[in-house]
Design a protein around this ligand. Structure first.
Ligand SMILES: Cc1cc2nc3c(=O)[nH]c(=O)nc-3n(C[C@H](O)[C@H](O)[C@H](O)COP(=O)(O)OP(=O)(O)OC[C@H]3O[C@@H](n4cnc5c(N)ncnc54)[C@H](O)[C@@H]3O)c2cc1C
Length: 326
């Protein structure tokens, strides 16, 4: 056994794995093996894995739900920690009097590994508003904060209701940071630059009637079913939408900022390389029909990017995160 992984082996036994195939941990079902792998089931296990990984000088990659990643066919030369921590707790309530009635803000602390759908359902059942439109968003709370994941009808970003979080820095320091730290923007949080890892997130939610919350959540689900391909292997939207300024400059049809619309109008709906295909239903989704390789997806991405650039003069940026060796 290599000496630098002794501590990890000692702490986690057979659950600490070498050469673990990663495709099964992603919604794309694509990707080669991780050099080292551990699936952390609790917050304590996650913190220990990060800390021992850092001590062992292993590069670390955190996998949440694996719903927004494209892992290379040759895998990842790092210690991949899958975060399956599950804790949710109400931390406090703050009331403010406004025109005679009290409005209550409720602070909910959620482990970063909690599936977004579990957190959203918990909030609705507790009569707490701010996150209900995200019902149906796959992946974990950590991934959703990293990406500042969003929904359009009604509009909402996960970052909008973040109050504070506990993070670990690349040097191993555990810090509590407030919302400002994240610099949330479209598809962006500062985590993408800092390399910090989120342990837990505290959200500030407002009290609201449960039936109204379910109405919004169910309408999100219906719209998702209408517009996105269902029951397929994918990593959601491939490209970010373009800015309003870029749409104006490029003079896209109806000044559309939608990446899916641009890929569709470049004639690529249904286009296929190997087993990777641009969805017939939503041109910003690439689907793994069965045995697609990461290399097929990359080729299709580049083809779509080139076609959109040639037709509209717009450079599409990827939303999915490429990781590992291709
Ligand atoms: C069918 C489908 C529909 C989708 N619909 C939407 C949608 O409506 N809106 C939207 O915005 N996205 C959507 N997505 C994309 C995806 O679900 C989101 O981006 C999601 O929030 C990613 O979370 P995850 O846990 O799966 O992240 P992963 O894919 O596991 O990881 C994504 C990135 O986050 C980082 N990360 C994960 N956890 C942590 C942590 N604890 N600390 C630091 N970094 C971390 C990873 O290292 C990686 O870089 C969709 C995807 C699919 C497959």
């Amino acid at each position: 056994m290599e000496p630098h992984i002794n501590d990890l082996k000692k702490a986690f036994g057979d659950r600490f794995k070498e050469h673990e195939p990663l495709a099964r941990y992603t919604t794309f079902k694509i990707g080669g093996p991780a050099d080292y792998f551990f699936d952390a089931k609790t917050r304590d296990e996650f913190v220990t894995a990060v800390s021992l990984g850092r001590k062992s000088k292993l590069p670390i990659f955190v996998l949440g739900g694996g719903t927004n990643v494209l892992i290379g066919d040759k895998g990842i030369r790092a210690f991949v920690i899958r975060n399956s921590s599950q804790g949710i707790s109400i931390r406090g309530v703050k009331g403010t009097m406004e025109s005679g009635s009290t409005t209550r803000t409720v602070f909910v602390e959620v482990d970063a590994g909690v599936p977004m759908n579990k957190f959203v359902r918990f909030s609705i059942e507790e009569g707490l508003s701010g996150i209900e439109m995200q019902l149906g968003l796959p992946g974990s709370v950590g991934g959703a904060v990293f990406m500042n994941s969003k929904w359009t009808k009604p509009e909402g970003n996960v970052g909008d209701v973040v109050y504070q979080a506990t993070i670990v820095t690349p040097t191993g320091e555990v810090r509590q940071v407030s919302r400002d730290y994240f610099h949330f923007a479209y598809d962006y949080s500062a985590l993408q630059k800092t390399g910090d890892i989120v342990i837990s997130v505290t959200f500030a939610l407002m009290q609201k009637a449960k039936d109204q919350l379910w109405e919004t959540a169910n309408s999100s689900i219906s719209y998702r079913r209408e517009t996105q391909p269902q029951g397929v292997l994918s990593a959601g939207c491939t490209f970010k939408n373009i800015s309003k300024a870029a749409a104006l400059t490029a003079s896209t049809p109806n000044l559309s900022t939608s990446a899916g619309f641009l890929v569709d109008n470049a004639g690529l709906k249904g286009d296929r390389i190997g087993d990777a295909q641009i969805s017939e239903k939503h041109a910003n989704f690439i689907i793994n029909l069965k045995n697609a390789k990461a290399a097929d997806v990359v080729e299709l991405i580049e083809k779509a990017r080139k076609a959109v650039h040639e037709k509209f003069g717009v450079e599409l940026e990827e939303e999915i995160v490429r990781v590992g060796e291709f």
